[in-house]
Design a protein around this ligand. Structure first.
Ligand SMILES: [Zn+2]
Length: 394
């Protein structure tokens, strides 16, 4: 058991390990400095140790199998008789004040990623307010600084809500590294443009956005040369959302035969991934409901558009899709066709750049979990810092 506490584990190379014992359920490790003589900082001659032996006990590690591990560190008071000065020796990794080592502090901060401050507090015996303070102090230091990075050429711009239904924020994320460089409040035209003006880099070559009305124009008024890509995921979502509404209206037939979760699977899954039995069930269902059938076909057709290999092929197949569905098919699809017509350039840009904001979707989940952990996120600035620290680093 004792041998587990190797110098590697303890990670304080300037000390040898002395006695190791367990007292009142916690482990304590005596540290013996490897260096025993110290020169005077003024005259560089050997100084003398003049104080009575004194020790400090600091929290150093938390190991799930062992719990808290303390270190017992001697305090050396040195004196130079020639210069008439005295000082305390500074040990690497051991702060001059406080009750924890640098490593312990780092560990607590690491632990805050993915956990609430409250649960980390319970585990480590450090008060939540101290943990919060440490975390944000360290976050400031660790978070990526724009001046150390080159301008991203591809970005994702997306909205997310801080509280369900109100208070929207806008995130600007490097589409390649996944790092979120900026989070700002609001989603009005003015707020978005203000955010773009504050963006710490030069304008990107291309930006992926959702299909919010006027979004492309709002961005290009500030970044006139940027190409906008309408996010593929959001385009498909127009169809799946409409299909979901149609499914609810169609439930008369389906509820008799199919569970709701199963209904969704049949409708939303790429038909290539359904087994023959499922395909059979689906086709019987679609035979019963023309509206659902038409919308389902339109979704499969747009999926085929996205499978185009070249820009030209994409352009032809999208135009063919729009030409057909603007006049034919379900009324819900005709509405979508109008939207796609407005976003045609931006949808086709997908074939030029082949980027989606899939990364930001992952980030949305991260934001959701941070939100859950931080009890409604009181402070936008700290919340932003936390998001930026926990998302992919550049
Ligand atoms: Zn001296």
């Amino acid at each position: 058991m004792y041998k587990q506490f190797t110098t590697d584990l303890v990670h304080l190379p300037s000390f040898e390990l002395g006695e190791i014992y367990k007292m009142n359920g916690v482990w304590e490790i005596q540290l013996i400095p490897r260096q025993q003589s110290f020169i005077c900082p003024l005259c560089f001659r050997k100084s003398v140790n003049h104080a009575r032996p004194k020790e400090r006990v600091l929290k150093h590690l938390f190991i799930p199998t062992h719990g808290l591990i303390y270190v017992r560190v001697p305090v050396y008071r040195q004196r130079c008789d020639d210069c008439g000065i005295s000082w305390s020796v500074e040990w690497p990794g051991i702060p001059q004040r406080g009750k924890v080592t640098n490593r312990f502090k780092e560990m607590v901060i690491q632990e805050c990623k993915g956990n609430t401050f409250q649960s980390v507090s319970k585990k480590t015996g450090i008060s939540p307010s101290t943990i919060t303070h440490w975390f944000y102090q360290e976050a400031e230091r660790l978070v990526a600084k724009p001046e150390n990075h080159s301008s991203p050429t591809k970005v994702c711009i997306d909205e997310f809500s801080l509280k369900k239904g109100h208070k929207y924020s806008l995130a600007i994320q490097d589409a390649e590294t996944g790092h979120i460089w900026q989070v700002s409040e609001g989603r009005s035209r003015a707020q978005i443009q203000e955010a773009l003006k504050r963006y710490p880099f030069i304008a990107p070559v291309v930006a992926v956005t959702d299909l919010a009305p006027g979004m492309a124009k709002t961005i290009q008024e500030v970044w006139p040369h940027v190409d906008i890509v309408a996010d593929k995921f959001h385009v498909i979502q127009l169809f799946t959302a409409a299909l979901e509404r149609a499914r609810k209206l169609s439930s008369k037939y389906a509820t008799k035969h199919l569970e709701i979760r199963y209904q969704r699977r049949l409708l939303m899954t790429d038909p290539k991934l359904l087994d023959p039995q499922e395909k059979d069930k689906l086709s019987k269902w679609l035979d019963e409901d023309t509206n659902l059938y038409q919308q389902y076909q339109a979704l499969q057709a747009i999926r085929r558009v996205y499978q185009s290999h070249t820009y030209q092929e994409g352009e032809q197949s999208l135009q063919a899709w729009i030409d057909y569905y603007l006049w034919d098919g379900a009324s819900a699809t005709r509405r979508i066709a109008k939207t796609l017509l407005q976003w045609k350039t931006e949808i086709l840009n997908y074939f030029k750049y082949r980027i989606t904001n899939a990364k930001i979707e992952g980030t949305n989940n991260l934001i959701k979990t941070i939100k859950r952990r931080s009890f409604g996120c009181p402070n936008q600035e700290k919340f932003t810092l936390r998001i930026r620290l926990e998302c992919q680093q550049p």
